[in-house]
Design a protein around this ligand. Structure first.
Ligand code: 3PG
Ligand code: MG
Length: 399
């Protein structure tokens, strides 16, 4: 791929130059307190930021957080992220209370060499996500004015055709940051010629979100293990009753077709943890996957399934995992995700954890991050990469 990298930019020298960095600092926040519950995405961009500050650049960081509707919305302010970023960098981060307004301008103007500023949420501006090229372009002009060079390190957002991702690099000399480079290197080994056996584990709630990636992966993988909320639509397609479990009725036929075409590669749960309500303290039992009682809903895969998945993972040489196996946020329904994650960590395979939720699960369950080959910061982005789609943010860097 013909993408210039951060090292190329550093070789040119950045001392005293303003460098605009698009990061994906879209971290999960606690609904009540607003506190950051997982700072993985902030930590993931540190290597790029410290390389730039160490070389004397004036670093202007921008990001989105959540999905505000094109206007300021305090619950999506990046201020807590600026504080955490400052802690992690061991110095303060100057926070602009708007994205391209007076505060941003004066914050950027005040930067000394080696300083870092964070602009307020990009999505407080309608231009960021606009489908109208001119509207996005006008916003991109304002953003681009803050940098003499642009670094894209927002892997989690490269699948978005947004101003900061797609239009700014058309206006400034542009390079891929360390994180984007590493993510693309790792994921391209999965789409290229992965060491076999290649086993993929997919979970998460919706089949419809994963359909394209299942289609793209099936011819490539040796085994595809399916858990999480989406397994119930597959179980239904096999003719089983799934009680009140999550079900995408309109996807049942599609799942049936996938099963028929899968040459036996798809492995589904044989047992599930079924509860009488979606609640942490709900009454629950392990039941056969083909015998979920009509008033119960499956909230996790069962122990026999974990053992079966672990056996399928054991001799693998490449593993990609995306999506939790159950409602891991509730301890009663976390064993499936924990068991599968531990089984993945134990193998000698090259292991890639894709996606916001599975990456967060690894950390939330207290698993050792270093026992995985790579933990992606991209959810949708890593899936779209594996689907073989053109990612606007990567395409913009290639130009
Ligand atoms: C993500 O969390 O997947 C990325 O930050 C992109 O966010 P989005 O799905 O709101 O565009
Ligand atoms: Mg998303």
């Amino acid at each position: 791929m013909s993408i210039r990298t951060l090292d190329d930019l550093l070789d040119e020298g950045v001392s005293g130059r303003r460098v605009l960095v698009r990061a994906d600092l879209n971290v999960p926040l606690d609904k009540q307190s607003g506190a950051i519950t997982d700072d993985g995405r902030i930590r993931a961009v540190l290597p790029t930021l410290t390389a730039l500050t160490g070389a004397g650049a004036k670093v202007v960081v921008c990001s989105h957080l959540g999905r505000p509707k094109g206007a300021p919305d305090p619950q999506f302010s990046l201020r807590p992220v600026a504080d955490r970023l400052g802690e992690l960098l061991g110095g303060s981060v100057r926070f602009a209370t708007d994205t391209v307004g007076d505060s941003a301008r004066s914050t950027v103007d005040a930067l000394a060499d080696g300083d870092v500023a964070l602009l307020e949420n990009l999505r407080f501006n309608a231009g960021e996500t606009s489908k109208d090229d001119a509207e996005r372009g006008a916003f991109a002009d304002q953003l681009a004015a803050f940098g003499e060079a642009y670094v894209d390190d927002a892997f989690g957002a490269v699948h978005r055709k947004h101003a900061s991702v797609y239009d700014v690099p058309a206006r400034l000399p542009h390079v891929a940051g360390r994180l984007v480079l590493r993510e693309v290197e790792v994921l391209s080994t999965l789409t290229g010629d992965p060491a076999r056996p290649y086993v993929v584990v997919l979970g998460g709630s919706k089949v419809s979100d994963k359909l394209a990636v299942i289609e793209a992966l099936l011819p490539k993988v040796d085994r595809l293990l399916i858990g999480g909320g989406m397994c119930f639509t597959f179980l239904k397609a096999q003719g089983h009753e799934v009680g009140t479990s999550l079900l995408e009725e309109e996807m049942v036929e599609t799942c049936g077709n996938l099963l028929a075409r899968s040459e036996g590669k798809i492995m589904l749960p044989v047992d599930v943890v079924a509860a009488d309500a979606f609640a942490p303290d709900a009454t629950h039992d392990t039941v056969r996957a083909d015998g979920i009682p009509s008033h119960r809903l499956g909230l996790d895969i069962g122990p026999e399934t974990v053992a079966g998945f672990a056996a399928a993972l054991k001799g693998a040489r490449t593993i990609f995992w995306n999506g939790p196996m159950g409602v891991f946020e509730m301890p009663a329904f976390a064993n499936g995700t924990r068991g599968v994650a531990e089984a993945i960590a134990k193998t000698d395979a090259f292991t890639v954890v894709g996606g916001g939720d599975s990456a967060a699960a690894v950390r939330a369950l207290g698993l050792d991050e270093s026992s995985f080959g790579h933990i992606s910061t991209g959810g949708g982005a890593s899936l779209e990469y594996l689907e073989g789609k053109t990612l606007p943010g990567i395409a913009a860097l290639e130009k």
